[in-house]
Design a protein around this ligand. Structure first.
Ligand code: SF4
Length: 702
């Protein structure tokens, strides 16, 4: 029987809640994982996914073990050494860069990357290759929230902390089902409500979910009408005198223009547009207006939208007109889907960002980073975003793409078009843990990466909490940590500045680059993180307080005027409207026991038992009209493709709206479970986040 060595503190690698775990290396090379009772986020509790983390490490049956390469598309992949794989990849990248310029190559990475991995990728691409073509799947997840925060508060900064849950007497949950997708946080909400029944919970969602089960009011809106609804809430707040005129006068700007917009539509008109009862809008507004402190939580329902930025701004406006920000229990809490989307944002790991919230369009900021890195000039225009990369592959502007730590042929919208684009790429590198992702079929070079618990680094969760992740076991075969692979590649290209002896050295450089910025962590070391377990940024050199729990406690925002900005967003509609041919609104969602594209959770039999197969959720009235019964196979068709799955009837979804889970990809030769066959390629014009939550489809019994 295997014996144990002491358990090592680390963090769950799934959602952005960022629960603390203890990893026990076993002598047989496996690990045991339990919740960390000392970690402030979860106090030892884990959700179903976290409780089964060890299986994803211990089951190595699908691991990539050594580099592989092929010299032409017509030849098979063959095993090669690391040096050979990286030397050829460097030669190909150099050739494209010399012939077509630095924008002919790109990296597509992930919100699962550790901060140190993001850092070296960003440094390589933006500093030394000289292009901003580094984007991640966080673009699909949080980019609308990033823009919303920047426009309203001056920078991409989550002002609150999880402890505000217990300090709030009203919670507004919009476009999210945290009971399934952020379960440990939701357990805290449930416990708070149970201990304080007068706490009001408002949930805005087109579907009844486990999260709406404890709501005092569920505003079951028509998808896409969030801005109208938020403005109706604002109108009711203003009419009721429940706005903070002192805060508005002293710390905000834009109120009068905003007030004019929200008074253009009566509450009755808004209620009709949103498909909710006017009385429920008034009830919710009463809860918000009567709250001593209200906290909002949201995720994909607001972000994954062609009007995602407007939806975010309309929610942030509710905090700004009521002055509900910068004090205990009050403020906006965007929930991140991925474990380290926040770390990526801090490092500047999107194609329009620079490190530590510096501004890409600002020449002084670019020069500052260039000088720090000792690199060439940084490009002043944003690079391709996630979906733009695949468009650029399709039309030939982009020649080579390096995909790491993500599975775009399941997760990108309009996935069949993404497949066609990848087939046209001149050169594809896939840096991966698993043999499962569909991208491997297109790879010219496959690089095996170390997985969670096999490498060291840091992550930041949704409340700005930075934690250290421990290396507990060795990676199998020749797999290497992602940061080491990128540094080896940078050296193969001949660039200086990538001789980091370990992850800690990368972290130290990243922390130094934050000095003097709003997210300054120049005082935060690996030693402090290991001793304290975690720290909420900023953490400046010499800082005495262990955490910065809240931002804007002085009501000084990061805008030039130091005032928050109330944006008078109009209620635009940019989605694909239903019509006679495609009469249903399709939305996509997540299920409780799977995470993203299932490459980890899909291998755990316990997790597959909850909902074992893809499905279409539809209202019984619609099912009756279509002649569909529970479990019947149905075909869902949009202008881009089709899906064939079993029907699940639910009175909890609005008639006229249907839902597909996003997790299933191409398996066993068929892609008919893949929701993204049908989703729309429409994007928010500013955040470039896709419209995953709204497209027009037809449904028919198969
Ligand atoms: Fe992991 Fe998120 Fe579950 Fe916590 S809530 S155990 S971070 S998946």
């Amino acid at each position: 029987m295997a014996t144990k060595t002491p358990a090592l503190p680390s963090i769950c690698c799934y959602c952005g809640v960022g629960c603390g775990v203890l990893v026990e290396p076993l002598k047989n090379g496996d690990v045991a994982v339990v919740g960390n009772p000392d970690y402030p986020v979860n106090r030892g509790a884990l959700c179903s996914k976290g409780l089964n983390l060890q299986y994803t490490v211990n089951d190595r049956s699908d691991r990539l073990l050594y580099p592989q390469m092929r010299y032409s598309r017509h030849r098979p992949l063959q095993r090669v050494g690391w040096d050979e794989a990286l030397a050829r990849t460097a030669a190909v990248f150099k050739t494209f860069i010399e012939q077509y310029g630095p924008d002919s190559v790109a990296f597509y990475a992930s919100g699962q990357c550790l901060t140190e991995e993001y850092y070296v990728l960003n440094k390589l691409m933006k500093g030394f290759i000289g292009s901003n073509n580094l984007d991640t799947n966080s673009r699909l997840c949080m980019s609308s929230a990033v823009v919303g925060y920047k426009m309203a508060l001056g920078e991409d900064s989550v002002p609150v902390c999880y402890d505000d849950i217990e300090l709030a007497d009203c919670l507004l949950v919009a476009g999210a089902n945290p009971a399934w997708c952020h379960p440990i946080l939701w357990r805290r909400v449930e416990a708070h409500k149970a201990a304080n029944p007068s706490t009001k919970i408002i949930v805005i969602d087109p579907r009844a979910t486990d999260s709406t089960a404890i709501a005092d009011v569920h505003l079951q809106l028509i998808p896409g009408t969030d801005v109208v609804l938020n403005q109706a809430l604002a109108r009711a707040l203003i009419e009721n005198g429940d706005v903070d005129l002192t805060f508005i006068e002293q710390h905000a700007e834009g109120f009068e223009a905003y007030k004019a917009i929200v008074f253009e539509r009566s509450l009755a008109e808004s209620a009709a547009l949103c498909g909710v009862a006017e009385a429920d809008i008034r009830l919710a507004a009463g809860y918000l207006g009567g709250a001593r402190a209200f906290l909002s939580m949201w995720t994909m329902g607001l972000n994954q939208s062609a009007v995602g930025v407007d939806k975010n701004l309309s929610l942030l406006n509710l905090h700004l007109i009521t002055g509900q920000i910068g004090r205990p229990g009050a403020g906006p809490l965007s929930l991140t889907g991925q474990p380290n989307a926040m770390g990526g944002r801090e490092v500047g790991g999107l194609s329009n960002l620079l490190p530590a919230h510096r501004n890409l369009a600002n020449p002084a900021h670019r020069a500052e980073v260039q000088q720090f890195w000792g690199s060439g000039p940084l490009a002043d225009t944003p690079g391709y975003t996630a979906t733009e990369m695949f468009e650029a592959l399709e039309d030939g502007r982009l020649k080579a793409i390096w995909i790491l730590c993500t599975n775009p042929l399941t997760s990108l919208p309009n996935a069949r078009q993404a497949e066609a684009a990848l087939a046209k790429a001149k050169f594809v590198v896939v840096q991966e843990v698993s043999t499962q992702p569909e991208t491997l079929a297109y790879a010219d070079v496959i690089l095996p990466a170390a997985a969670w618990a096999e490498k060291e680094g840091t992550m930041t969760n949704s409340e700005r909490r930075i934690s250290h992740l421990v290396k507990a076991v060795d990676a199998p075969g020749e797999a290497l940590p992602d940061a080491e692979i990128i540094c080896r590649f940078a050296r193969a290209l001949g660039f200086p500045g990538f001789d980091f002896p370990n992850a800690e050295a990368i972290y130290r450089e990243h922390a130094r680059l934050t000095a003097g910025t709003t997210l300054d962590i120049s005082g935060l070391t690996y030693d402090i993180l290991k001793t304290r377990g975690s720290v909420q940024w900023p953490y400046r050199a010499g800082q005495a307080a262990p955490d910065t729990a809240r931002l804007f406690t002085d009501q000084q925002f990061y805008t030039p005027s130091r005032r928050a900005v109330i944006h008078p967003v109009a209620a635009a509609f940019r989605s694909e409207a239903p019509d006679d041919d495609f009469p249903f609104i399709l939305t996509t969602g997540r299920i409780r026991d799977q995470w993203h594209t299932m490459t980890k959770t899909g291998r755990v039999s316990k997790l597959n038992q909850h909902i074992p197969q893809a499905f279409l959720e539809l209202h019984p009235q619609d099912a009756q009209t279509l002649g569909v019964a529970e479990d019947d196979l149905v075909t869902v068709t949009s202008r881009r493709g089709d899906v064939r799955v079993a029907a699940r009837l639910s009175a909890g979804i609005r008639p006229g709206v249907v839902l597909l889970p996003m997790h299933w990809g191409k398996r066993l030769g068929s892609d008919l479970n893949r929701a993204n066959n049908v989703t729309s390629g429409a994007l928010d014009p500013v955040s470039k986040e896709p419209d995953f939550k709204f497209c027009a489809v037809q449904v028919a019994k198969y």
